[in-house]
Design a protein around this ligand. Structure first.
Ligand SMILES: [Zn+2]
Length: 96
């Protein structure tokens, strides 16, 4: 088995999922520094639920910039889009 990358691994474990989810927008907007970015991506690599969330947010951001022609969307629209994406993701993942 792979022994892992001791020092950095520890850091990733300290990175808690709710913090990652909060920082995903920064990552998508390129507003975090290289170190934070690396840490987030390392966590996403090892955490399927955060990775899925990241995929949803990325789609959401693409939709928002298409619909609004910019980075910022009204909170209501953002929320509605998130529900739509969530729904389609859930449907696709439902077995049978
Ligand atoms: Zn996570």
């Amino acid at each position: 088995m792979n022994a892992g990358i001791s020092d950095r691994d520890e850091q990733f474990e300290n990175l808690d999922c709710s913090a990652v989810v909060a920082d995903i927008w920064l990552l998508l907007d390129n507003e975090c520094d290289a170190g934070a970015r690396e840490r987030l991506q390392g966590h996403l690599d090892g955490c399927p639920s955060c990775f899925e969330h990241f995929g949803v947010q990325r789609q959401l951001k693409a939709l928002v910039s298409r619909k609004c022609g910019g980075d910022s969307a009204p909170e209501g629209l953002r929320e509605r889009l998130r529900m739509e994406i969530r729904t389609s993701v859930t449907i696709r993942q439902t077995p049978g």
